[in-house]
Design a protein around this ligand. Structure first.
Ligand code: MG
Length: 377
């Protein structure tokens, strides 16, 4: 039974903004123009029919590190079934959400798409657990950060082109990725959009996945204001939903609430700060964020997920196994460095043995890391 009065406009204030958000096919004055790009480290002539950022997008999609995300976990390992997100499907959800936000705001969608495809390419096997193990193994040698690893991949480790190492991406993409690691300065609005879309995607799909694999239920989630808010909206729209339909409807609403709130909050800030160009925007703090109420509710949801999902005994059990596997592979190559693939020779000579082994392990998928470790056990 549908309540016909309910509409997405309930949460997306369109009342006096008909000229502000349109299904426009043109850029806003504050969009970053491709023609403003600083360009690439190794100069190249323009492609005859693809913009620079379209070309970046294609280079990212065609690189090996991008394909490997299909076998890298987001939160749950393969033991948890076949419903949950992988690093690749998470990335595609971030692309969808960020392109939607970018199009409504009239930003440069090609830049957004490329930045979203790039954002998680540096993850090692086994997500943040794999990252912290590699960080410990590299202690004293600059740690391991998946955001910086993405830059190593696209600037150094990928070998796909005759004329240059890496992918020779546009400077704006490299700067955007660096911002993710250092969080200093204010990035382009397009990069801000990808950052906020990443958080909308993982806050929502981690709830969905955790319910599906049985680590969370709807009663527990009612402890969080964000879930409760969406649950009430769903109940007001439909009556007598099955448990499955209810869960899915709330998950969809969680995305709608967050995205609509971000669009409204950004619109207010763009007007308040009189943003006219992309240069205006980067002189201010980050603008592409939800309002303070939703930001608080997202923070509460993230703490809830940390306690009930990321630190769930079933998840932690795999953390111990993963630590053992990565340590085993690392130790083996520390004493058998001559067995390291030739691809890492430059890193070995120019940087360090530990860094070369970390690059090798970081390139592995979850499955290949497990297989390597099992041969060595
Ligand atoms: Mg991400």
């Amino acid at each position: 039974m549908t309540n016909s009065n309910f509409d997405i406009a309930d949460s997306f204030d369109l009342v006096d903004s008909s000229n502000f958000f349109t299904s426009q096919n043109f850029l806003s004055p504050y969009a970053f123009l491709t023609s403003s790009s600083v360009g690439r480290r190794y100069p190249e002539s323009e492609h005859p029919y693809r913009s620079a950022f379209q070309r970046d997008r294609d280079r990212i999609i065609h690189c090996a590190a991008f394909r490997r995300m299909s076998e890298k976990m987001q939160v749950f390992t393969a033991e948890f079934g076949n419903y949950h997100r992988t690093r690749l499907t998470h990335t595609m959800e971030v692309v969808c959400i960020s392109r939607t936000v970018g199009r409504v705001l009239g930003l440069n969608e090609d830049l957004i798409e490329a930045a979203a495809l790039l954002h998680d390419i540096g993850h090692p096997p086994f997500g943040h657990c794999g990252e912290s193990v590699l960080g410990m193994l590299l202690d004293g040698e600059g740690n391991f950060d998946h955001n910086l690893q993405a830059l190593r991949i696209v600037e150094k480790l990928e070998h796909r082109y005759v004329d240059f190492p890496g992918l020779n991406l546009s400077r704006e993409l490299l700067d955007g990725q660096l911002y993710k690691a250092v969080k200093s300065g204010t990035p382009l609005l397009e990069i801000q959009v990808v950052d906020v879309a990443d958080s909308v995607a993982y806050d929502t799909h981690d709830v969905d996945d955790a319910m599906e694999v049985g680590l969370l239920n709807t009663e527990q989630l009612m402890q969080t204001a964000l879930w409760k808010r969406s649950a009430m909206r769903v109940r007001s729209r439909w009556t007598n939903l099955s448990e499955v339909d209810f869960k899915q409807a709330v998950v969809h609403d969680l995305i709608d609430i967050q995205v609509s709130n971000i669009l409204n909050a950004v619109r207010r800030r763009l007007i308040e700060y009189d943003i006219k160009t992309w240069e205006d925007a980067i002189k201010l703090p980050v603008l592409v964020l939800p309002d303070s109420e939703i930001a608080e509710q997202k923070k509460e949801m993230e703490l809830f997920l940390l306690e009930h999902v990321y630190r769930h005994p079933k998840v932690m059990l795999f953390r111990n196994k993963i630590t053992g596997w990565i340590n085993k592979i690392f130790e083996y190559y520390m004493t058998n460095i001559d067995k390291l693939p030739k691809k890492y020779e430059n890193v070995l000579q120019q940087e360090s043995k530990r860094r070369a082994i970390a690059d090798f392990i970081a390139d592995m998928t979850d499955r290949s890391a497990r297989l390597y470790a099992s041969y060595l056990m």
